[in-house]
Design a protein around this ligand. Structure first.
Ligand SMILES: Cc1ncc(COP(=O)(O)O)c(C=O)c1O
Length: 402
């Protein structure tokens, strides 16, 4: 008996690309396994441990018997804490029925696409975008409509661009702020002008991915849901992975109009049965507890951002903006396209990353994975020492490319 994988594997899974960030991290690990000292600046996870009070809370949850299935849309005490968080931090009024807790923000986003996108529906994705948006839309049979902004616009799409992209087939608009991969933040004013373009349309919703909310270097976080009329058509997605350094706990949440929350609850009821019980118990305490560890982590990221920008600015031809959040920089390295060290030629951002991994032993991710072919993403969720060494290595190798 034989199996023909082109028949066995669904068309949908064959059409899906592998996550570029995970692929790059894998390549870096393979090189490291050969004994090469590789510094990976490719992953999107804080290099800090989960704060101790949250770990203690999980142990307490286990001891108290939080080891069973929870309600599919989340533990009552966590939903209550999320409702309070929205009120306290965002001035947004929700009830527990508007909240769906999930196995990560990624699951929340997938839930919304699965609940709303029919084959042929268009989804506007602001670029640079987070890698999974496009693949999830395609998986649901939707058509990704990418609206891009370059470094000259601080990588932020404007209202006119959004207006030009909306048509009768548009069902969803998605973006992240603070943005992965650029670290850019949409200001309240920018979101207001985008909202004014969206509001007149019927049958159109927004997914506002706010997972990096707490890693913000300029002050108050702006959410599009706070603009009058928008809360009714917005799914605000957030979670614990970044601000609380809880990537492995797999816990995120969404606040949305009740019809959408109910649909996402239904999706989870068939696919995951909801998130881990003791993770949820601890997450409620994470939200209500002392936020000092989150603030300290953000302060450390700010120091590193300054260091990375200073080091990158010394490399000829590399252009950077000044990101105001998250823990990424997204330099434009197109100056090096067509340049060679006599042996290897950098033709595009993919080549740049492959060559830098092989020659400088530094892992970064090509901007092509994020909808911008001129840039690369550098994550500064790494020690200052590693950042100095890695960017020093990039600098040294790049000077050999003429
Ligand atoms: C913009 C963005 N949204 C969502 C996620 C998913 O986060 P989670 O770990 O909560 O699934 C990530 C993680 O890298 C992200 O960068």
């Amino acid at each position: 008996m034989s199996l023909d994988l082109s028949v066995m594997l669904s068309d949908k899974i064959q059409a899906m690309s592998e996550s570029a960030t995970i692929k790059m991290a894998q390549k870096a690990r393979e090189l490291a396994a050969k004994g090469v000292k590789v510094i990976s600046l490719s992953l999107g996870e804080p290099d800090f441990d989960t704060p101790q009070y949250i770990k203690d809370a999980a142990a307490e949850g286990l001891a108290k018997g939080y080891t069973k299935y929870t309600p599919v849309s989340g533990l009552a005490e966590l939903k209550k804490a999320i409702v309070s968080k929205f009120k306290r931090e965002n001035d947004l009024e929700y009830t527990e029925k508007d909240i769906v807790v999930s196995t990560g923000a990624k699951q929340s986003i997938a839930n919304v696409f699965l609940s709303t996108v029919n084959p042929g529906d268009e989804v506007i994705i602001f670029a640079p975008y987070w890698v999974s948006y496009v693949e999830l839309v395609k998986f649901c049979g939707g058509i990704p409509v990418v609206v891009g902004a370059g470094i000259d616009q601080d990588f932020k799409v404007n209202a006119q661009q959004v207006a030009a992209a909306i048509n009768d087939k548009t069902k969803v608009i998605i973006f992240s702020s603070p943005c992965n991969p650029t670290g850019s933040l949409y200001s309240q004013e920018e979101l207001e002008s985008i909202a004014q373009v969206i509001l007149p349309h019927n049958n159109l919703i927004v997914i506002s991915d706010e997972i990096y909310e707490h890693i913000n270097f300029v002050g108050k976080h702006a959410s599009i849901a706070t603009i009058p009329g928008m809360k009714e058509i917005t799914a605000v997605v957030n979670g614990f992975s970044k601000g609380y350094s809880m990537t492995g706990w797999r816990l995120g949440y969404m606040a949305a109009p009740q019809w959408l929350a109910a649909a996402c609850d239904k999706v989870q009821g068939q696919i995951t049965s909801g998130a881990s019980s003791f993770s949820q118990y601890a997450a409620a305490i994470a939200l209500e507890g002392d936020q000092t560890p989150t603030r300290e982590m953000t302060a450390a990221f700010l120091t590193r951002k300054k260091l990375v920008l200073e080091l990158l600015s010394q490399i000829p031809g590399v252009k950077v903006n000044n990101p105001q959040g998250a823990f990424y920089v997204f330099p434009d390295i197109s100056y090096y396209f067509g340049k060679s060290n006599g042996e290897l030629t950098i033709n595009n951002a993919d080549d740049f990353c492959e060559i830098m991994l092989a020659e400088a032993h530094v892992g970064c991710v090509s901007g092509s994975a994020f909808g911008n072919d001129d840039c690369i993403r550098i994550s500064y969720a790494a020690s200052e020492e590693n950042l100095r060494t890695a960017i020093g290595n990039l600098h040294r190798v790049l000077t050999t490319f003429k």
